[in-house]
Design a protein. Structure first.
Length: 278
C-alpha cells in the first residue's frame, strides 16, 4: 500500500493550518509593513532612488518608519477590535468602514502632533506649524493606504461572515431558536404577533416587533417592504411593475400564506427597494 497520497494529504493539511493561523496573518502584515517602509523611504528623497549615483540605503528613515508604523498598527488594531465587536459583528457597510478609518486616523493625529513637538524639543529645533501640517497630511495619507492594505482582507472576511453565517436568536415565549440569515425567508406581522418564516415553510412566532427586528438584522439581506413584512433578498421570485409607479413582488412558492405571497411596494419605496435588490 502506497504512503505517498496520505503524506501529501498530511502536508496539505499542515500547510492550510499554517496559512489560516493567526501567526500567518501577522506575518502577512509584517511583510506589508516592511515593503511599505522600503517603498516610502526610497521615494522620500532623490538620493534614495536605486538608480542614483549617490544611492545609500535609508536606514534611519527605514527604522523610524518601522517604529511609527508599529505605533500606527497598534492604534489601528485596537480600534479594529472595538469596531469588530461593536459594529462589524452585526453588519459590514461602507459607512461603518468609513467611521473606522476616520476614527483611526483621528487617533493617529492625536499621537502625531505631540510626538513631533517633543522630537523638535529634544533635537533643539523649532516647531513650524506649516511643516507640521504638511507632515501630518502626508502621514495620514500613507496611514490610510497602510491601514487599508492591512485590514482589507479582515473586513472582507467579516462581510462574508455577516452575509452567509450570521445568526439571530428568535425569542418565542419560553423558547429560543437560533436561525442563520440564509434560512430565514421573511418576517411578517399579523394580529400584533410577528412570525418568522423559514425556507422550509416552517413558521415560528416571536416576541419581537418588526421595528426591533429591523434594527437587529442585516439590511444588506433584508428589506422592510411595508409595515407588515420584512423580506429576504433570496425569497423574491418575481418583480412586476404595476400602476402609479408601484411594484408587485411575488415570493417563492414555499410562502403559502396568501396575504404575504404577493407584496406591493409603494412608489415612495420603489427606488430604495431597487437599489437594495440590485
Amino acid at each position: 500500500m502506497s504512503t505517498t497520497q496520505p503524506t501529501k494529504n498530511t502536508v496539505k493539511t499542515v500547510w492550510h493550518t499554517c496559512i489560516s493561523s493567526a501567526a500567518w496573518r501577522w506575518s502577512q502584515k509584517a511583510i506589508i509593513l516592511i515593503i511599505f517602509s522600503l517603498v516610502t523611504n526610497h521615494l522620500a528623497a532623490s538620493d534614495n532612488f536605486l538608480d542614483s549615483e549617490s544611492y545609500r540605503f535609508p536606514i534611519e528613515g527605514f527604522l523610524s518608519t518601522i517604529v511609527l508604523s508599529i505605533l500606527v498598527g497598534i492604534i489601528a488594531d485596537l480600534n479594529f477590535r472595538f469596531y469588530k465587536k461593536k459594529y462589524f459583528s452585526k453588519k459590514v457597510e461602507i459607512v461603518t468602514i468609513a467611521r473606522f478609518m476616520v476614527s483611526t486616523l483621528g487617533c493617529i493625529t492625536i499621537m502625531y502632533i505631540p510626538i513631533n513637538i517633543i522630537i523638535d524639543k529634544v533635537v533643539g529645533g523649532q516647531t513650524v506649524f506649516y511643516y507640521l501640517l504638511i507632515g501630518l497630511l502626508i502621514t495620514l495619507l500613507l496611514c490610510f493606504i497602510f491601514i487599508g492594505l492591512l485590514y482589507a482582507q479582515d473586513i472582507y472576511n467579516l462581510y462574508k461572515l455577516s452575509i452567509r453565517e450570521a445568526k439571530i436568536t428568535i425569542d418565542s415565549g419560553t423558547k429560543m431558536t437560533k436561525l442563520t440569515y440564509e434560512n430565514i425567508a421573511c418576517f411578517y406581522s399579523e394580529n400584533k404577533i410577528v412570525y418568522t418564516v423559514q425556507n422550509d415553510g416552517t413558521t415560528i412566532n416571536t416576541d419581537f416587533t418588526l421595528n426591533e427586528l429591523e434594527e437587529k438584522i442585516n439590511d444588506q439581506l433584508f428589506f422592510r417592504a411595508n409595515r407588515q413584512i420584512i423580506i429576504h433578498k433570496d425569497t423574491i421570485d418575481l418583480i412586476e411593475k404595476i400602476e402609479n409607479g408601484k411594484l408587485r413582488i411575488r415570493l417563492k412558492a414555499f410562502i403559502k400564506k396568501d396575504t404575504i405571497a404577493e407584496i406591493n411596494i409603494s412608489r415612495y419605496k420603489r427606488k430604495a427597494f431597487m437599489d437594495w435588490f440590485q
